[in-house]
Write a protein that binds this ligand. Structure first.
Ligand code: SAM
Length: 284
């Protein structure tokens, strides 16, 4: 076990500082003071962070760290702090570490007895959750889902039985396809798309996946999806049955002693299709 009580010591530290997710005023006094006082700030895109620093008249030196090079640069940052420099890590927006760089450096810092100080602030996932109207706890944060369609569909299926409210980040290029997947897998769940949070074009779409799909053609901007959790554990079985063909699904009920008429009705209900569509398939 290691105990960190950093405020009792005035040694150099690693600061993880939250920055705004859109509205530049969403930053704390402490974040501004920290960014002014540290010796160096590691950020993602120096041009993005420079705009924030200029807005608050902060002149601290900026250096870039990205998720792809965090492994290479991490020990450089840790050694800087060990040699007496106070270092801050910020990302382009929101909390570092949350779908952004910062975790590898944090882990390496802790392994090397460097103290971590978090200066908290805005994060898109919590901002969206709070405004969603869907229960806030428990929740499950998935970050970004896979960019490959088949893997993303599988990830969405894997989350089906979760009773927690599900939060994930999505890109405007993929949102239509992802909503189509939600229509297939979660047709009746409540879903909220929170877009451009804290910015001029902030918008919330609240409804079923099908209703959102109708509204999202050519939707732009940064977005978070909040998906209602599973309140019916039995529905997991339905999801698995829906992976079968209609005939196999129907036969599953027949094999379990359910009469033909009822089995057709159950298959139609499970798959959100008409009894006629079931009948057409099984009469062949
Ligand atoms: N570290 C950030 C945080 O704490 O929220 C998240 C960084 S992640 C690389 C960027 C993603 O966060 C965007 O693609 C979008 O899904 C979400 N995001 C960031 N800012 C947002 C905003 N103003 N409105 C909606 N979503 C936002």
């Amino acid at each position: 076990m290691k105990r960190q009580k950093s405020f009792e010591k005035d040694n150099a530290k690693l600061y993880l500082v939250a920055t705004p997710i859109g509205n530049l005023e969403d930053i704390t006094f402490r974040a501004i003071n920290t960014l002014k006082q540290v010796d160096i700030i590691y950020c993602e895109d120096t041009r993005t962070s420079k705009k924030l620093l200029d807005f608050y008249d902060i002149h601290t030196k900026l250096k870039s760290v990205h998720l792809y090079n965090e492994n290479d640069i991490s020990m450089e940052i840790v050694n800087l702090v060990k040699s007496g420099s106070n270092v801050a890590i910020i990302s382009d927006a929101g909390m570092p570490v949350i779908s952004d760089p910062g975790w590898v450096v944090t882990k390496d810092a802790l392994e090397n007895d460097v103290d971590i100080i978090v200066v908290p602030g805005a994060s898109a996932c919590l901002t969206a959750l709070v405004a969603s109207g869907i229960t806030a706890h428990p929740f499950y944060f998935a970050g970004f889902l896979n960019s490959k369609s088949a893997k993303r569909r599988q990830e969405l299926k894997d989350m089906y039985s979760r009773s927690e409210t599900i939060i994930f980040y999505e890109s405007p290029h993929r949102i239509e396809e992802t909503l189509k997947m939600l229509v297939d897998i979660y047709p009746d769940r409540r879903v909220v798309l929170a877009r451009e949070l804290t910015k001029k074009f902030e918008e919330f779409l609240r409804g079923t996946p099908g209703e959102l799909l109708e509204a999202v053609s050519s939707i732009k901007g940064e977005m978070v999806i909040i998906l209602e959790g599973n309140s019916n554990p039995l529905s997991n079985v339905v999801l698995e049955l829906n992976d079968l063909s209609i005939e196999e699904h129907y036969n599953h009920y027949i094999d379990n002693g359910i009469d033909s008429k009822e089995a057709m009705k159950m298959v139609a209900n499970d798959r959100h299709i008409s009894k006629k569509q079931v009948y057409e398939k099984i009469k062949k």
